[in-house]
Write a new protein. Structure first.
Length: 117
């Protein structure tokens, strides 16, 4: 009988862990990115699947958010709207926008997130 590994939607680190909110679009890709950026790092990551869910999570966490990762499936207007809200409401949070601020690749995503920790 084949055992399927459950897709990850969040990873909870220690009390001192930095917090990332991931704006994703696909459960499979969300799982891949969460595993990619949290491997070997004390990090809390909350993965969301759409703009509304992501905004709710940002408001819930408030100033506990250190990095907001906006996935490649978001339109320029969505990215702008999310980025503006983060800049205005979470001034200490850093933005990570693959395909916009840097090339869209797993290596570049991990490099950007780890560099912002």
């Amino acid at each position: 009988m084949e055992t399927k590994e459950k897709l990850v939607s969040q990873v909870i680190g220690s009390e001192k862990a930095k917090t990332v909110v991931l704006f994703g679009g696909s459960p499979v890709r969300r799982d891949e990115i969460i595993r990619l950026i949290s491997e070997g790092v004390d990090l809390t990551v909350y993965g969301t699947l759409n703009e509304e869910e992501g905004m709710e999570k940002l408001k819930e966490l408030d100033n506990k958010v250190d990095i907001v990762l906006i996935g490649g499936r978001y339109t320029p207007s969505q990215r702008k709207r999310i980025s503006r809200w983060v800049t205005e409401n979470l001034p200490k949070a850093k933005l990570s926008r693959p395909g916009f601020d840097y090339p869209y690749s797993n290596d570049e995503i991990r490099k950007d997130i780890v560099g912002k920790l």
